[in-house]
Design a binder for this molecule. Structure first.
Ligand SMILES: [Mg+2]
Ligand SMILES: [Zn+2]
Length: 186
């Protein structure tokens, strides 16, 4: 299959409101503009894939089943709005984990690019024409190491760009900029 652009997105603080170690479904709240932006990407058949560090698992705050349940819940909300996320990759590890089996130096915890690489492989993404968006430096460092178009949600610096990333105010703004590159839409 021909390689294509995909959208890689951090979860907390990017798609949904950032709650440290989110552990209740009732705390899931999509940020403004996210539902409509995902719907737009869906209509263009551009896969939208979540890549999220969830060290709360390693720290014993919640289990992997809760992470998966959260992702189903997110897609349940999106479905009612005629939208969907195509995939979810999460890293449950942490070097100083309290839960033994997650205490590893893995290759998937951002800023390392393991989850992004896996997502690109599964969805036949071309790194150079795909985008990574997140609200942490680790997100854009991971995207940068693979040569993705990089967007860093950092409202106080929106509009600025450097070698690492284009600063934007929101996921919606990142998607708008990404799609305004018409080569992606051929
Ligand atoms: Mg984040
Ligand atoms: Zn990991």
């Amino acid at each position: 299959m021909k390689k294509r652009p995909i959208v890689l997105a951090d979860r907390d603080g990017t798609l949904i409101r950032h709650i440290p170690y989110l552990s209740k479904l009732s705390d899931v709240e999509f940020l403004p503009g996210v539902l409509s932006s995902i719907r737009r990407l869906n209509s263009l058949k551009i896969p939208v894939v979540v890549v999220t560090n969830q060290s709360g698992v390693a720290r014993g705050y919640f289990g992997e089943d809760f992470v998966r349940e959260t992702h189903s819940y997110m897609n349940g909300i999106l479905k009612k709005e005629g939208a969907h996320l195509d995939g979810f990759f999460y890293c449950p590890h942490f070097r100083e984990a309290s839960v033994d089996r997650y205490r590893v130096s893995c290759g998937c915890r951002k800023p390392l690019p393991g989850m992004l690489e896996e997502a690109l492989e599964v969805f036949h993404g071309d790194p150079g024409s795909s985008m990574m968006v997140g609200d942490s430096e680790g997100d854009v460092l991971a995207g940068k190491s693979l040569g993705c178009h990089n967007f860093w949600i950092l409202p106080q610096e929106a509009g600025k760009r450097d070698d690492l990333a284009f600063r934007v105010s929101s996921f919606e703004e990142a998607v708008n900029l990404f799609l305004s590159d018409t080569e992606l839409l051929e």
